[in-house]
Write a protein that binds this ligand. Structure first.
Ligand code: HEM
Ligand SMILES: N[C@@H](CC(=O)c1ccccc1NC=O)C(=O)O
Length: 279
């Protein structure tokens, strides 16, 4: 039997399997006359959105696994997310080759479109616990997007299900954190810092939980690196100008760097550093 190197038995080709006709036909530059650098701008966004899609897929699975007390496979999912985040942060160097004058040649063709309208980015923020109902409004008129985002808004975040797991393991997590309106911003808790401190005091007993805490810190750290690289790239391309989405631009993006998804995981570090929770 001869081995056909171009087709598998069903006759499906590389391009068929990957649906490349659709994928590679989706880069519609808008500038008139055409501007060389607009393709870079589009592909940078589209590749980011593809990776966001995989991040959501992995985080959803991780959340289900944590809810089912399966920490080891959940950690495997989170490890993959961390590598995707690293790629996403690294990728900013490609867009940084876009100079202000090159961007100015096609920026007005973007009209009022803006990163604010990235549905998948907002889903990731919500999954990590940064719930903000106001961010649903920017999808006005896009019924499916609003429905999907509303659904995610009302789901517990990765952190919320992790806290439920801690409670199942017998740790005294404050009850108001275990059953609440998940669409509200996460209410940081001093009592929970005590609980996390008890984990860091007894590492042998809580090794898998401790490992998950550190994995979550890695995730936040990587997320902040992405935000920082976005901010610095935006700064070098549009300086202190306002954004097309109507925000103040760089000052707005800077404020996001002050946010934290997992406040108690950071608060506990201060206690350890002060030596107030020795082993
Ligand atoms: C020339 C390149 C870019 C510039 C000048 C830029 C500028 C901005 C500005 C000014 C904002 C604030 C909202 C606004 O007023 O528009 C913003 C938000 C955002 N951008 Fe970009 N951006 C660029 C590239 C990218 C890329 C490649 C991505 C990747 C997907 C991205 C994703 C986002 C997201 C998700 C937000 C919302 C952030 C949040 O709500 O915290 N941006 N961008
Ligand atoms: N907010 C950007 C425009 C922008 O970056 C953008 C526009 C359309 C599609 C994606 C975008 N990327 C991220 O904000 C600006 O003010 O130039």
């Amino acid at each position: 039997m001869t081995h056909d190197v171009t087709h598998d038995s069903s006759g499906m080709s590389y391009g068929d399997y990957l649906d490349l006709d659709t994928l590679l036909d989706a880069q519609h530059t808008r500038a008139v006359p055409p501007q060389h650098d607009e393709l870079l701008f589009i592909i940078q966004h589209q590749t980011s959105e593809l990776w966001f899609k995989l991040v959501i897929h992995e985080l959803r699975s991780a959340r289900e696994l944590i809810a089912a007390d399966q920490l080891a496979p959940a950690l495997k999912r989170l490890a993959r997310v961390k590598h995707i985040q690293a790629t996403l942060s690294q990728q900013w160097t490609v867009l940084a080759t876009l100079t202000p004058s090159e961007y100015a040649q096609f920026r007005r063709f973007l009209a009022t479109s803006s990163g604010f309208q990235s549905l998948q980015y907002r889903i990731v923020e919500f999954m990590l616990g940064n719930k903000n109902p106001d961010m649903v409004k920017v999808f006005e008129g896009r019924t499916n997007a609003i429905a999907e985002l509303e659904r995610e808004l009302h789901e517990p975040s990765l952190y919320d299900v992790f806290l439920q797991l801690l409670a199942r393991r017998g740790l005294p997590v404050p009850p108001e954190l275990l059953d609440r309106d998940w669409s509200r911003p996460y209410p940081a808790s001093e009592e929970l810092v005590d609980v996390i401190a008890s984990i860091y005091r007894k590492l042998d007993e809580y090794w898998d939980i401790y490992e998950t805490c550190e994995e979550l810190v890695d995730l936040e750290d990587n997320f902040q690196l992405w935000r920082f690289r976005h901010l610095k790239t935006v700064e070098r391309i549009i300086g202190m100008g306002r954004g097309t989405g109507g925000s103040a631009g760089v000052p707005f993006l800077r404020r996001a760097l002050e946010q934290t998804f997992f406040p108690e995981l950071y608060a506990v570090r201060g206690r350890i550093a002060e030596g107030t929770i020795g082993s």
